[in-house]
Structures are given as structure tokens and as C-alpha cells.
Ligand binder design. Structure first.
Ligand SMILES: [Zn+2]
Length: 131
């Protein structure tokens, strides 16, 4: 079985129970996915682990620790230190927060397609935009 394209993001020790979901575009590259998860983590300081959804499927779970390690090793020089980064406006990404009205499942989505709300992974239909 071929490894998942985003395999390097995954952290087998991440806290799946408390992970928030992040829906990524199908076919996203590792670098793009890393940037999006990083943007989410910067915008949501309380989030420690992220369940990545790609093409309606659960791809894997990553963690703040893992992302920080990847940024430190792979993207050296492109990032800024956590404490020094501006709180908003620099990444160019708009993160939208969706919530299922039935079971309260939350997901974040990078505003890419200007439209469709994500579907609840538990089959409750479109999720509601929450602010
Ligand atoms: Zn639901």
C-alpha cells in the first residue's frame, strides 16, 4: 500500500479525541497542507491536534508539536518564531469555522471555493458557518 501523500504530517501520538477537523482540497500538496494546518494553529492557539480530511475521507491526524517540528526542520528560514508572528493578516488564508447543528462536530476550512459548506462526517448534511 502506497503511503499517503500527507504522511509526513501525521503524528501517531496526536490526541485524536480532542482534534478539530480541517478539510483540505483533494490533491493538496504536502507543503500546502502544512501551510494550512500552520495557519489554523496560529489562528486557534488552543488547538493542539488536527484531524485532516481530504476528499471526504479522514486522512490522518497531526499535532501542534509535529507541525512545529516540520516547520523547524523543513521550512527553516521561511517562518517566523511563534512569539514574534503577527496575530493576523500575513498568511493570506481565511479560516472558516463550521459546526454541525446535530452533533456539534466542528471543522475548520480554508476559504478556497467561495461556497459550499462542508458535510458533517457523521452524515448530518451541510454544516453551519459559525463565528
Ligand atoms: Zn453531525
Amino acid at each position: 500500500m502506497a503511503s499517503h501523500p500527507l504522511q509526513r504530517l501525521f503524528d501517531s501520538s496526536a490526541d485524536l479525541d480532542n482534534a478539530v477537523e480541517l478539510t483540505l482540497a483533494e490533491g493538496i500538496t504536502l507543503a500546502e497542507a502544512l501551510r494550512e494546518v500552520d495557519a489554523l494553529l496560529k489562528q486557534q492557539p488552543s488547538v493542539q491536534s488536527v484531524l485532516l480530511i481530504v476528499g471526504q475521507q479522514r486522512a490522518g491526524v497531526t499535532s501542534r508539536t509535529r507541525i512545529q517540528w516540520l516547520r523547524a526542520t523543513d521550512l527553516r528560514g521561511t517562518g517566523d518564531a511563534d512569539n514574534a508572528s503577527p496575530p493576523r493578516g500575513s498568511s493570506g488564508y481565511v479560516m472558516l469555522f463550521f459546526r454541525c447543528a446535530v452533533d456539534g462536530v466542528r471543522t475548520y476550512r480554508v476559504h478556497l471555493d467561495g461556497g459550499a459548506a462542508p458535510q458533517c462526517p457523521n452524515g448530518h448534511g451541510p454544516m453551519e458557518l459559525d463565528r
